[in-house]
Design a binder for this molecule. Structure first.
Ligand SMILES: *Cc1c(COP(=O)(O)O)cnc(C)c1O
Length: 396
C-alpha cells in the first residue's frame, strides 16, 4: 500500500496523495490513462491475468489505472476497505440496491429520497419481484415496524433532499442488522468530511461524485464503498458484467477534484451558514432549514453523527409557487438549476423540478411546499450571495 494510504494521515493529506499510481515516467500529477485495453508481454501472462492468478488490468470496463486511483483515494478518504466507481451516482445507487436483492426480497427505505432513487425503488425493483416499504425516516419505530421476513436492504439518504432532514444512521443500522439486512447510505449531502456512515454501522455508502467531489460542474460519476467482502460478494461481478463503468477521463477529473474538496466544502459550508443566518426571520420567508443551526428539528442527531452543517440550506418563500418564481427570477448571481455542491451558487425549486413526479399529497407529506427552494452555496463572496438573495426577496 502506498505510504499515503496509511490511516495515520488526516483526510486532507490522503485526498492529495492516496492512491497515486506513478508510471515509469515519474509524472508529478496523476496520469490520465485513456485506454480501453492492455497489451500483454506474452500469451502466458495474458492467460494468468484473465484467470485472476496474477494481478493486472485486462479491460477498462473492469478497471483502469485512473479509475483505480480515484477508487483508492475515495476508499482512503472514507475509511473503507474497497470501492468501485460508476458512470453516475444513479448507477452507484441502482447497483448498490440490485446487488443485494433477488426476486421475493423486500427493501425498506425512507420516503424522503432523491427523485431517481425513489423511482428505482418504487417503479423499477417491483418489475423483478422486489417489494418495498417507504417510511418516515425520522420515526425509528416506523423503520422497525416495516421489517418483514424477506427484508434484505435498508436504504436512506441523510441529510435528505430537499428538506435536509437527518436520520439516525446507528439506530437504523442496528434495526437492519437485527433483521439480517444491510444498510446502504447515500451520503451525497454530507460528504465523507462531515459524516462517516461506515463507522456508524452502515454496510455500504454510495455517492454521486457529480456533486461536491467534482464540485465544478464538469462530469458525472458515482462510487460504491464498503468492506472487501461486501464488494466482492455483491458488486464486483455485477459491475464487470453489466458495465456501468466510469470513463477514465471523468475518473481523472474527479480524482483531481478530491484534492481541493476539503477547502471547497469548508468555504461552501461557511457561505451556507452565513446565508441561513442572514435570511432567518426575514418577513418574506417562512420555515428555514439548515443542519448547522440549533433550531434544526434533528439537532441532537446532527450533534451525534455529523462534524458540521451543510453546504445546502432550504427555505420556504411566502406566496407559494408565484412567490418562489418571482424570487428565483429576481436572482442575478445565483443560477436556477437542479445541480448542487458546485463552485457556483445554485438554487432549485423542487416542486416543479426534482419532485415534480410526486403528487401534491406526497410532497406535502415530505414537507415540500410550493414555496420551498433549496440553495446550494458556492465559492463566491458571501456578501455578494446575501445581497443577491435579499434583493430578490424584495421582488416577492
Ligand atoms: C445527484 C444525486 C444522486 C444521483 O447522482 P447522478 O450523478 O446525478 O446520477 C443520487 N443521490 C443524491 C442524494 C443526489 O444528490
Amino acid at each position: 500500500m502506498p505510504a499515503s494510504n496509511q490511516k495515520t494521515y488526516r483526510p486532507e493529506t490522503r485526498l492529495v496523495h492516496a492512491g497515486t499510481l506513478r508510471s515509469q515516467f515519474g509524472e508529478m500529477s496523476e496520469a490520465l490513462f485513456l485506454t480501453q485495453g492492455y497489451i500483454y508481454p506474452s500469451a502466458e501472462e495474458c492467460e494468468l491475468r484473465f484467470s485472476g492468478k496474477i494481478p493486472g488490468y485486462v479491460y477498462s470496463r473492469y478497471s483502469n489505472p485512473t479509475m483505480d486511483m480515484f477508487e483508492q483515494r475515495m476508499a482512503a478518504f472514507e475509511g473503507a476497505e474497497a470501492a468501485r466507481s460508476t458512470a453516475t451516482g444513479m448507477a452507484a445507487v441502482t447497483t448498490a440496491l440490485m446487488g443485494l436483492v433477488r426476486a421475493g426480497d423486500h427493501v425498506v427505505a425512507a420516503k424522503a429520497l432523491f427523485g431517481s432513487c425513489r423511482w428505482v425503488i418504487e417503479e423499477w425493483l417491483p418489475r423483478f419481484g422486489v417489494s418495498s416499504t417507504l417510511v418516515n425516516g425520522t420515526d425509528i419505530g416506523a423503520w422497525k415496524g416495516a421489517v418483514r421476513k424477506n427484508t434484505k436492504v435498508f436504504f436512506m439518504e441523510t441529510p435528505t433532499n430537499p428538506t435536509l432532514e437527518v436520520y439516525d444512521i446507528a439506530a437504523v443500522a442496528d434495526i437492519a442488522h437485527e433483521a439480517g439486512a444491510k444498510l446502504v447510505v447515500d451520503n451525497v449531502f454530507a460528504t465523507p468530511l462531515y459524516q462517516r456512515p461506515l463507522t456508524l454501522g452502515a454496510d455500504c455508502v454510495v455517492y454521486s461524485a457529480t456533486k461536491h467531489i467534482d464540485g465544478q460542474g464538469r462530469v458525472l460519476g458515482g462510487i460504491i464503498l464498503g468492506s472487501e467482502k461486501l464488494i466482492l460478494d455483491n458488486y464486483h461481478q455485477l459491475l464487470r458484467q453489466t458495465g456501468p463503468s466510469l470513463a477514465p477521463f471523468n475518473a481523472w477529473v474527479l480524482l483531481k477534484g478530491l484534492e481541493t474538496l476539503p477547502v471547497r466544502v469548508a468555504r461552501q459550508t461557511e457561505n451556507a451558514g452565513a446565508v441561513a443566518s442572514a435570511l432567518f426571520g426575514h418577513k418574506k420567508i417562512g420555515r428555514l432549514i439548515y443542519p448547522g443551526r440549533a433550531d434544526h428539528p434533528q439537532a441532537d442527531i446532527i450533534a451525534k453523527q455529523m462534524k458540521a452543517g451543510s453546504t445546502l440550506c432550504s427555505f420556504e418563500i411566502k406566496g407559494g409557487k408565484p412567490g418562489a418564481f418571482r424570487f428565483l427570477n429576481g436572482l442575478k448571481l445565483i443560477g436556477i438549476t437542479n445541480n448542487l455542491g458546485d463552485a457556483k451558487s445554485l438554487i432549485t425549486h423542487p416542486t416543479t423540478t426534482t419532485h415534480q413526479r410526486l403528487t401534491p399529497e406526497q410532497r406535502a407529506e415530505l414537507g415540500i411546499g410550493d414555496g420551498l427552494v433549496r440553495f446550494s452555496a458556492g465559492l463566491e463572496h458571501r456578501d455578494d450571495l446575501i445581497e443577491d438573495l435579499l434583493t430578490a426577496l424584495d421582488l416577492v
